[in-house]
Design a protein around this ligand. Structure first.
Ligand SMILES: [Zn+2]
Length: 190
């Protein structure tokens, strides 16, 4: 009987972890993130999520990709240097998806990877760099929007011409009228 219960419990845990398709409630994250430590004043609504422009450089931002009040991905982008790493630490650690040691190791190696129920991605652009955390299993439904270089929606974060992108939902890409890239997102050449 006890073994039967243990198996049921294991099955329940497996089902629960397989169902983790977001990073939690957007409101929970907004309450936990320390905006002043990030060097900004307030989040603004944009592309179905929230954006935090980090001063003094308008080139640095934290962008929250959300759907139906659930946080799906976080994009941290900044000019190359220490700023991006510092912002990534401040923006990603409060959510508890990844611990500091794992984040440090990934940033040091310049590699992304699985981080619990999330996926960490690092992108090096020409002048900028980005750190991205996305709920596992959601990446296929999201698009990369260039922040500098182009107006297309992409499926590859390293597609040509982008100096770092951010993650947005398909609905946000539709609302922004971003056509699919013909190289990586099945768009047609005109
Ligand atoms: Zn592309």
């Amino acid at each position: 009987m006890k073994r039967w219960l243990a198996w049921m419990l294991l099955l329940l845990i497996l089902c629960a972890s397989a169902a983790a398709e977001d990073l939690g409630a957007l409101s929970d994250y907004l309450a936990a993130a320390d905006v002043s430590a990030l060097g900004a004043s307030a989040w603004t609504e944009e592309a179905g999520g929230r954006v935090l422009s980090v001063s003094p450089s308008a080139d640095a931002m934290v962008s929250l990709c959300a759907e139906g009040g659930r946080l799906v991905a976080i994009s941290v982008t900044a000019p190359k240097g220490d700023l991006c790493e510092k912002l990534a630490r401040l923006a990603l650690l409060p959510g508890g998806w990844i611990d500091e040691a794992a984040l440090d190791a990934m940033l040091e190696k310049g590699e992304g990877g699985a981080a619990g129920d999330a996926l960490l991605t690092l992108v090096q652009g020409e002048l900028r760099e980005g750190v991205y955390l996305c709920a596992k299993g959601e990446m296929d439904d999201l698009y990369w929007q260039p922040l500098h270089g182009g107006e297309d929606r992409h499926k590859s974060p390293n597609c040509s011409g982008m100096d770092v992108p951010r993650l947005i939902t398909g609905a946000a890409a539709d609302a922004l009228n971003l056509p699919p890239c013909e190289k990586c997102a099945g768009g047609k050449a005109e």
